[in-house]
Write a protein that binds this ligand. Structure first.
Ligand code: DAS
Length: 325
């Protein structure tokens, strides 16, 4: 079926396995991420998608995602969203940090037109490449009447940015929204919209100009609590003479966000020297809870990876407010 799309769709490429090419013909699992541009990926979709526009924001392995590319991506997204002739935006991205990027774009929403991100666990020239079907699904979801917000399309499911996590290295079960509802699911080959994006508590983020003008991503570290852990790692972080000051600490606590009593002194010291301490949970799903009686830091209703992005954005917001005084 040749799916004609009338309004324009902007496809922003950032790299990832979806754009990867294997390094040796013999082994399709040894590949280089980001080798292909977004336009090359459409060839693999083999549909007649008139009205598509492509922009390669980056061609990286998403392990290297960070402020400069996030700034370029956000700039390109804002520009595409401001156009009357654009129905929505598809973003291709690596699987490893797509949840952080999706969260960041969600934080800067509410986007007037849907933003559908997609990725793949196998490179573009893999005999069982999953990128083409994911890309085709992303392009078709974009035009679903209920499509809204930022979501991630993978293997016939669409996950809201707020809930999506990469939970497995298994090629086809890589992503989940945990206890949260999916945004949409393909049923009998058609997208069925399942839920609207959860409205999140007002996030403390910089203005768009403030974010785009930032010259450095605030240094936020993530420490996961585990049985037998010591607080020496934290002490090392606090005492290290490094060129980028530690400004935030996300603690992925055990269970409801617990950590051993011995951590309290180090966390107290961190807070006293101005480090923002947020408490998440190392559990795959669910948030840190009051019954964990955390005495230090503030609980955050986000998994650690997204909490690191949210904390850095809040620090950028503080910087912007300070510089405006
Ligand atoms: N190559 C890794 C990345 O870019 C993994 C992937 O995309 O699947 O995140």
């Amino acid at each position: 079926m040749s799916l004609k799309i009338n309004a324009k769709t902007v496809v922003l490429g950032t790299g990832g396995t979806i754009a990867g090419i294997r390094k040796s013909p013999g082994n399709p699992d040894i590949y280089e991420s980001g080798r292909l541009g977004a336009a090359d990926l459409i060839d693999s979709v083999s549909e007649d998608y008139s009205g598509l526009e492509f922009q390669d924001v980056a061609q990286i392995d998403s392990k290297n995602m960070g402020l400069p590319i996030w700034q370029s991506l956000l700039k390109a997204l804002v520009q595409a969203q401001s156009r009357q002739d654009v129905a929505g935006v598809v973003i291709t991205h690596g699987t490893d940090t797509i949840e952080e990027t999706a969260y960041l774009l969600h934080a800067f929403g509410l986007w007037p037109k849907p933003v559908v991100m997609t990725c793949a666990m196998r490179p573009a020239d893999h005999p069982m490449a999953d990128g083409p079907v994911n890309l085709r699904d992303a392009l078709s979801l974009l035009h679903h009447a209920q499509a809204q917000g930022v979501c991630v399309v993978f293997n016939g499911q669409a996950h809201h940015a707020l809930h999506v996590q990469k939970i497995s290295t298994d090629p086809l079960k890589a992503f989940s929204s945990g206890f949260a509802s999916l945004a949409a699911e393909k049923i009998n080959g058609k997208w069925v919209w399942q839920s609207t994006p959860t409205a999140t508590a007002k996030l403390d983020i910089p203005s768009l100009a403030g974010f785009l003008g930032a010259t450095q991503w605030p240094r936020v570290e993530w420490l996961t609590h585990h049985a037998g852990s010591s607080s020496e790692m934290m002490e090392a972080l606090l005492n290290a003479q490094s060129h980028t000051r530690l400004r935030g600490l996300v603690i992925a606590g055990t269970g409801a966000g617990t950590y051993k009593d011995a951590w309290n002194d180090s966390l107290q010291k961190a807070i006293e020297v101005g480090v923002a301490v947020w408490i998440s949970s190392r559990c795959a799903w669910g948030n840190a809870l009051p019954q964990a009686h955390q005495t230090m830091g503030q609980r955050v209703d986000l998994p650690p990876a997204k909490a690191c992005v949210a904390l850095a954005l809040s620090l950028l917001s503080q910087d912007e407010k300070k510089s405006a005084l």
